[in-house]
Design a protein around this ligand. Sequence first.
Ligand code: ATP
Length: 508
Amino acid sequence: MDALVSLCKRRGFIYPSSEIYGGLNGFFDYGPLGAELKRNIRNAWWQDMVHRRDDIVGLESSIIMHPKVWEASGHVAGFTDPLVDCKVSKQRYRADQLFFAAVTVEPENSASDSSEKQIIGYVSALESERTTEELQEKAETLKRKKAVRGKLEPVVARDFTEAKPEEYALIPSPATGEPGSLTPPRAFNMMFETNVGAMRDASSIAYLRPETAQGMFVDFKNVIDTTRVKLPFGIAQIGKSFRNEITPRNFIFRSREFEQMEMEYFIHPDADWLACHEAWLKWCQDWLKSIGLPESSLSLYEHPKEKLAFYSRRTVDIMFNYPFGVQELWGIAARSDYDLQQHQKFSGVPQVYFDEAAKARIVPHVIEPAVGVDRILLAVLCAAYAEDEAPDEKGKLEKRTVLRLHPRLAPCKVAVLPLLKNKEALAGRARALHAKLQRRYAVAYDDGGNIGKRYRRQDEAGTPWCVTIDFDTIEKPGDTFTLRERDSMKQERIDEKALFALLDEKLN
Ligand code: ATP
């Protein structure tokens, strides 16, 4: 992760926001290469989700909507995370990401009667893959520190939302290692508030949207009234969302301003919703594989029935194996007709679709695949990042860093490199090719430094192909140049026509 974060900074993929003022926790800027990569992810999704399907239309709704939208959706009352404060360090934690365990010791020479077991204290750790092992190690340290004899029981990790009130004061703060400073969890609403208009009072409160999905519900009537969509159909949107996350972390994985790509797929209430949910789950997995995420890095997490929101029939998350653990990438939820029913109730405007066959008005149900652009971008970078060896100018192998990005996503598709900067014949031919490529693709022109260094630079940026204009190009018939492929580092002679054909095939 450190190597990736440093590459992102060094090569201009991602910067901390407002860095000259010390940054702002949970906010990021995308630099020149990052902005291209992000745009390519959005475009690929839009192309496959909207343009290449007959049943899905696009939408761009406003970020600030009528505050009643968020009352209807349940966000005002319930879009909360359980917040725990450490009164000493002033650190804040999400209770469901703060793990603890009672440290239990069975005294020596006792019969294995559980009543003899003794709790000698508590240990805590922040969420990570190895929480249980971490807690076990801490339990052993505590036992040594307290000089207690006896057999240590294996710890059972629980999160702070499962703590009993009498345990709150006994669980150590992860910041200080001492108990007594953690508050009981309290509901913290994650929506950013603002005021609309000149008055700053309760009547002017509005929210930055915490999800794009409500735009599709609120415009559902508009879309069916102004287009020719027929059930089942979907409305898709890409846009910024804002959540005042208690603990933004893991680089861009959890931030306070991020971008979502969501699609609401409306189906008939009598339709086979489970089959539809399964189909979308498969579509999303296939799409992630199509943009280069290896199948082995993906897994599924089925939300337990008892933890589902009351209106949800099923939610399955596609998980990605990030360097900091297996985490949610894409959530696919069957949301019943909850949202449309709520908006019907709160607005008084019927949210119905006329079922021609049954000659009846119905409220459709919804399957929702919701994903974060930034989380895909991070997954794509993690999967693409590699270190291997490449020959230097003298043929000696040296370490190289390469981003093996799918060509469709690569910020720059081709780099045009004149072998020598000062030979006008070479530079002129290179500039002409560059100008021609530029009309269709994001391309780079690089004439600085030796050719090996230039290849290395493009490898780090994830550019799939470099073309070098050399003396053979201008002196020999055929107007061919060297095409160098990023991953295999293989080189071959190619002419302009073949180059355009290759790009067309690989990128479209
Ligand atoms: P989490 O449990 O990780 O907070 P969530 O289940 O609340 O996520 P959803 O409300 O289902 O997330 O949002 C849909 C998608 O939006 C997520 O799968 C994720 O890709 C993205 N997303 C949500 N919150 C953030 C965030 N703070 N930063 C970046 N992406 C996010």
